[in-house]
Design a binder for this molecule. Structure first.
Ligand code: ATP
Length: 228
């Protein structure tokens, strides 16, 4: 039996800017990712990595082409449908962490799980925050946390619901070597435990080497696709 395909993109394009001066950000992306694999996306700044991730994670709509994730075709869904499809199945860590400023670190991780119906949301959130080394910062608000600490809260929030697919845009960008190593270990441990698919944008060759597969983007296209 063929392995499950977690992510399928066909001829995905993204055009932004004005009608008079459109910019082609993505120029026909074809991609299939097998469930349970880890994929690093490399490429120079501006090559379209974050844009591709935004489309694959359902946060942005493609201008052309089709995307289906975990068997769900995005074209069939409206905003609410997309949000529902993401909930619990897809974890996302963006470059801007999007923590809610009025909630503590613990609440930022626990409340989304609680809204999704998890009975043990706070216990799981606490365990996940301890795993990223933030057991001593549970009651801190985002403004009281350093950039690297906020990044770790965002990672804990993404992995805590045990999603099938985790998208992470430079998840270690703000972390020092030791903390970065611990966070990467956590991401890969969770991936293995849950058989999850992991898509990571990174400039870090060490992180890329740990992935099963490496894609390189240039100027809106995937220019190389290498298995480890
Ligand atoms: N709303 C927009 N209108 C026009 N161009 C945009 C818009 N948003 C992004 N771009 C352009 O799209 C290109 C791709 O951006 P993207 O953030 O996907 O690149 P990236 O490879 O993730 O870069 P980085 O490594 O710097 O994060 C960039 O040249 C950017 O300037």
């Amino acid at each position: 039996m063929a392995a499950d395909i977690a992510i399928r993109a066909r001829d995905v394009t993204l055009r932004l800017g004005t009608a008079e001066a459109p910019t082609e950000i993505l120029k026909g992306i074809d991609l299939e990712v097998t469930q349970g694999t880890s994929v690093a996306i490399l490429g120079p700044s501006g090559s379209g990595k974050s844009s591709l991730m935004a489309i694959l994670s359902g946060l942005e709509q493609a201008s052309g082409g089709t995307v289906s994730v975990a068997g769900v075709a995005y074209a069939d869904l409206d905003e609410d449908g997309l949000a529902l499809a993401r909930r619990g199945r897809i974890g996302i860590v963006l470059q801007a962490f999007h923590l809610l400023p009025t909630m503590t670190a613990l609440e930022n991780v626990a409340v989304p799980m609680e809204l999704a119906g998890a009975a043990d949301a706070f216990a799981r959130a606490e365990a996940e925050l301890r795993a990223v080394g933030l057991g001593h910062r549970l009651g801190h608000y985002p403004v009281q946390l350093s950039g690297g600490e906020q990044q770790r809260v965002a990672i804990a929030r993404a992995v805590a619901p045990r999603p099938n697919i985790v998208f992470a845009d430079e998840p270690t960008g703000n972390l020092d070597g030791a903390t970065s190593g611990a966070v990467i270990d956590l991401l890969f441990t969770r991936q293995r435990d849950a058989g999850a698919t992991l898509l990571i944008i990174t400039h870090d060759p060490v992180l890329a080497q740990r992935c099963d597969r490496t894609l390189e983007m240039r100027d809106g296209r995937i220019v190389s696709d290498t298995a480890a």
